[in-house]
Design a protein around this ligand. Structure first.
Ligand SMILES: [Fe+2]
Length: 456
């Protein structure tokens, strides 16, 4: 017969001992995880990271790539071959020496390496890898552009900016799942919040991961890419372009002097893409832009910059930018302007400056030729105060936009972070007239904040 009391006694003893062991094994409630330091999480090594494709020249025949290692890697290379079905393409790879720059970020020194592959064949898939001859990246692939107009799609993001790893990752990855063949990813400024924070740039690369190695990036700087720098232990009065920007991205240097790699243009399969720097030298850029658009044989013209011509809230108005740039957009009938900054969604119909450019927001013509979009991809959210010429607005919504250029049509769709269609329209070219706009706004209600949640 079993002695029930003895059994219960032994079970109690086992629980007591187990509790004693756990309590003294670090598994108690007082356990405090250690916060990893950025300097540790985003430390460069000899293995290439932060690999990103960009263009600094013609997308049909060139491709630039930039990457990072620690500062012990003094000589770096990129290898490239026409990609093939089988693995033998490696035997015919060409090796290029990279240009290397030292960048001392707030987390320490790193080497940034870059190469521009030239003389490539249009519409051809290439494989490339980067490294020091011993430590290599994987072979990644990209597709050169056609040298004649052909249909393509690209993705446009408003500000990522805050909690980029935590909250922007899902957006860039959902966009990539939705438009995996996108020709490029365009970022309308405020990629990060703290311009010179290397940890934030580390988050941006974490979020995009291998996408940046396959799909070229077209970034324009926002106000958060400009911050004071520390000189002799003190912050400067003036803001400076993120010190990460130029080491990180290899971009065209065809802009006005002093705005290299922030104001630039390139052509892609029948479209001229222009990045303006809305932080600096606004009037000088107007003159430069006039020259870029005057001699533009492309059917479509797409312009991006950060501060909106038509803000989502009148108190966030940028009249000096509108006064300088909108007459140029009107004169050359820029088709669409892609912006950020307002942390909400606001998309106009076809507008032009009308009679009264500087005083602004309520005094424009609705018979114009340009659609203006403000969007946001990160989690920071502001209210909208909609103007009557806005066709779709939204609040508290992370978005990405997929834009398809196809002959005389441009199809636009804005999707929420979960891939839900939020806004859509089609632009159609008409001989000797401004574009026809075909509104395709979905039936779903406008996403607006409840009154108690609105900004003061
Ligand atoms: Fe922003």
């Amino acid at each position: 017969m079993i002695d029930v009391r003895a059994e219960l006694g032994s079970i109690a003893l086992i629980f007591f001992l187990a509790g004693f062991v756990f309590a003294h094994d670090g598994h108690d409630h007082d356990h405090k995880p250690r916060k990893a330091e950025d300097a540790e999480t985003y430390r460069p090594t000899v293995v290439p990271d932060r690999i990103v494709l960009t263009w600094s020249d013609d997308p049909a025949t060139t491709q630039s790539v930039t990457w990072r290692t620690d500062a012990t890697v003094e000589k770096a290379f990129a290898e490239i071959a026409i990609a093939e079905d089988g693995p033998k393409f490696r035997d015919s790879a060409d090796r290029h020496s990279a240009k290397t720059v030292l960048y001392e970020s707030n987390l320490g020194p790193a080497h940034y390496h870059s190469t521009t592959f030239t003389g490539l064949q249009p519409k051809t898939r290439y494989a490339y890898r980067v490294g020091d001859g011993v430590n290599w990246s994987e072979w990644n692939q990209f597709l050169t552009a056609s040298d004649t107009p052909e249909p393509f799609s690209f993705v446009y993001f408003g500000d990522a900016q805050n909690d980029v790893k935590s909250m922007w990752s899902r957006v860039v990855r959902e966009a990539y799942r939705d438009a995996p063949k996108a020709a490029f990813l365009l970022h309308a400024g405020d990629l990060v919040n703290d311009a010179h924070s290397d940890g934030e740039w580390g988050e941006w690369f974490y979020a995009g991961g291998h996408i940046h190695r396959m799909v070229p990036c077209v970034p324009t700087p926002g106000n958060h890419e400009y911050d004071p720098i520390i000189e002799d232990g003190l912050p400067t009065i003036e803001d400076y372009l993120s010190e990460n920007w130029r080491p990180t991205f290899t971009l065209p240097e065809n802009g006005p002097e002093g705005l290299e790699e922030t104001a630039y243009w390139f052509d892609y399969q029948g479209a001229r893409i222009v990045s303006l720097n809305s932080n600096r030298k606004i009037r000088q850029q107007a003159e430069w832009l006039g020259g870029v658009l005057e001699n533009n044989p492309q059917e479509w013209t797409i312009v991006t910059f950060h501060h909106p011509i038509y803000s989502a809230k009148p108190e966030r108005d940028n009249p000096h930018i509108r006064a300088a740039w909108q007459p140029i957009f009107d004169k050359y009938q820029v088709d669409i302007v892609l912006q950020g900054h307002d942390h909400s969604y606001a998309r106009t119909g076809m507008v032009s400056a009308g009679e009264n450019v500087p005083t602004g927001v309520t005094a424009r013509s609705e018979e114009g030729g340009t659609v203006y979009v403000v969007s946001v991809s990160g989690p920071k959210m502001y209210d909208v105060d909609p103007q009557k010429f806005m066709r779709r607005v939204g609040e508290d919504t992370q978005l990405y936009q997929i834009i398809h250029v196809d002959g005389d049509e441009l199809r636009y769709e804005a999707r929420t972070a979960i891939g839900r269609l939020y806004d859509a329209f089609t632009l159609r070219k008409r001989e000797g007239q401004v574009n026809e706009i075909i509104e395709q706004v979905p039936e779903t209600p406008e996403r607006r904040r409840p009154p108690e949640a609105r900004d003061r």
